[in-house]
Design a protein around this ligand. Structure first.
Ligand code: 5RP
Length: 232
């Protein structure tokens, strides 16, 4: 079975956690897209939900499929957010931001009573850090911020090869929906994700980072022929 089929299975399984009247956060990425498509099919059948999106890309897709998307500030809280991840460890700590939407994803997850993470089985790891950690930074003073990110990673015991600015094929820096840049940090195994998260958050110029700790309530892992549900 392909990773795509596993992603689809996980995305569709997340519908089990959605009921009428809920306020739902819509994640970003290819797995989240399967959820949005499955949700849109239910909405067409008459399910009533209110939604907000974690990226302009997801908002555009949801609206194209007939789902009404509101600004996050239209809600005092969300019942649930369904989103993908780049890595998940056994403590349900995540690396996110492969699609460059980590800041809005974290804000929306933090505004939600529950965050359901949907992944294919290749995303499950024993130790976070095989996937380069995305860090969202302001463009001003980029070289300084990048060095401080590398120092922070080294200080907490990461032996990776360093950080680099994410670029488009054109060579221009990738820009997030908020106009920031993304630095991808090849940390290697992250011995203590909490320590790295704290160090990165303390760097001036860092807007946020892709370590999501204490946010995921459940992880749905799409496998061949089943979808496993892991709970916090
Ligand atoms: C976007 C994300 C995505 O959820 C993450 O990159 C996983 O993407 P995909 O489902 O396409 O593998 O964090 O910022």
């Amino acid at each position: 079975m392909s990773a795509e089929a596993q992603k689809k299975r996980a995305g569709e399984k997340a519908l089990d956690f959605i009921s009428g009247g809920m306020a739902v956060g819509l994640g970003t990425g290819s797995t989240a897209e399967y959820f949005v498509r499955a949700l849109a099919a239910r909405v067409r059948e008459g399910l009533k939900v209110e939604t907000t999106a974690t990226s302009l890309r997801t908002a555009a897709l949801a609206e194209e499929l007939g789902i009404v998307v509101k600004d996050l500030d239209a809600f005092s809280r969300l019942d649930i957010t369904v989103d993908g991840a780049d890595e998940v460890d056994p403590a349900l700590r995540l690396i996110k931001g492969g699609g460059g939407a980590l800041l809005r994803e974290k804000i929306v997850a933090a505004a939600s009573d529950a965050m359901i993470v949907i992944v294919d089985e290749a995303k499950m790891v024993e130790t976070l850090g095989r996937f380069d950690l995305p860090v969202e930074v302001v463009p001003f003073g980029l070289a300084h911020t990048l060095r401080k990110i590398e120092e922070a990673a080294r200080r907490v015991g990461c032996a990776g090869s360093g950080a680099q600015l994410r670029k488009l094929h054109s060579g221009e820096p990738f820009q997030t929906d908020g106009g920031h840049f993304i630095v991808d940090c090849a940390c290697g195994a992250i011995p203590k994700p909490e320590d790295l998260a704290q160090s990165l958050s303390a760097i001036p110029g860092v807007v946020d980072h892709g370590l999501f700790i204490g946010l995921a309530s459940k992880v749905i892992v799409g496998r061949d022929g089943s979808a496993d549900i892991l709970s916090e």
